[in-house]
Ligand binder design. Structure first.
Ligand SMILES: Cc1cc2nc3c(=O)[nH]c(=O)nc-3n(C[C@H](O)[C@H](O)[C@H](O)COP(=O)(O)O)c2cc1C
Length: 183
């Protein structure tokens, strides 16, 4: 299967990007193809620009990547008790002119240095995705507080239970995608 990763943080040293890499490795070890799409070049959604010039190339690339994936893993920090604007912007582009979120299998994960486990980010992202017809895998939860307790600066996982959780999550997403994904 084709597994797409999207990180809601644009920060080069993002903890969530590092976590996303580890989760994608769990899919790869099950024999699946993985790629990560960088949201940084995707412009802010602007209805007037869209009306005048259509969907810009970077947003169209994002839409194509979502359309072609069997499952999409989103890793996102919590910003202001919600998802980041980069992720919300991506979902706005994805939902326009032929909604590519419909019937796509998504899995939303998150981490950060604080004690919050990104639950509000997860709730808001899930609400937007499901409202647009996406199928969100809810178990197991990969919402992990206090990132330095289980990840080194280089992104390696230092806690075997987290490695096991990422493997279990990959199996759960594949199980769902095999049954429900409609490209
Ligand atoms: C604008 C902004 C808002 C934030 N809001 C929250 C928040 O509501 N809850 C929280 O736990 N952390 C919050 N943080 C801290 C981020 O979770 C933290 O910076 C995290 O490392 C960002 O993820 P990243 O490492 O993947 O870039 C916020 C950070 C920024 C820049």
């Amino acid at each position: 299967m084709e597994i797409l990763g999207i990180c809601g943080s644009l920060r080069r040293e993002s903890w969530n990007l590092k976590l996303l890499h580890r989760e994608m490795e769990a899919f790869a070890s099950l024999g699946h193809d993985t790629r990560i799409f960088d949201l940084a070049p995707v412009p802010m959604y602007h209805p007037d620009d869209e009306a005048a010039r259509g969907i810009p190339p970077a947003a169209e690339s994002l839409r194509r990547a979502i359309r072609e994936a069997d499952a999409i893993v989103v890793a996102c920090p919590e910003y202001n008790s919600s998802m980041t604007s980069a992720l919300k912007n991506a979902l706005e582009w994805a939902s326009r002119r032929g909604n590519v979120l419909q019937n796509r299998v998504f899995f939303v994960i998150g981490t950060g240095p604080g004690r919050s486990a990104c639950a509000r980010m997860h709730m808001h992202a899930t609400y937007s995705l499901e409202s647009e017809g996406a199928i969100v895998v809810h178990q197991p939860r990969v919402l992990l507080p206090t990132v330095t307790n289980f990840m080194a600066q280089d992104g390696s996982i230092t806690d075997q239970s987290v490695t096991d959780l990422l493997a279990q999550a990959a199996e759960s997403v594949i199980w769902t995608a095999e049954r429900l994904s409609r490209k």
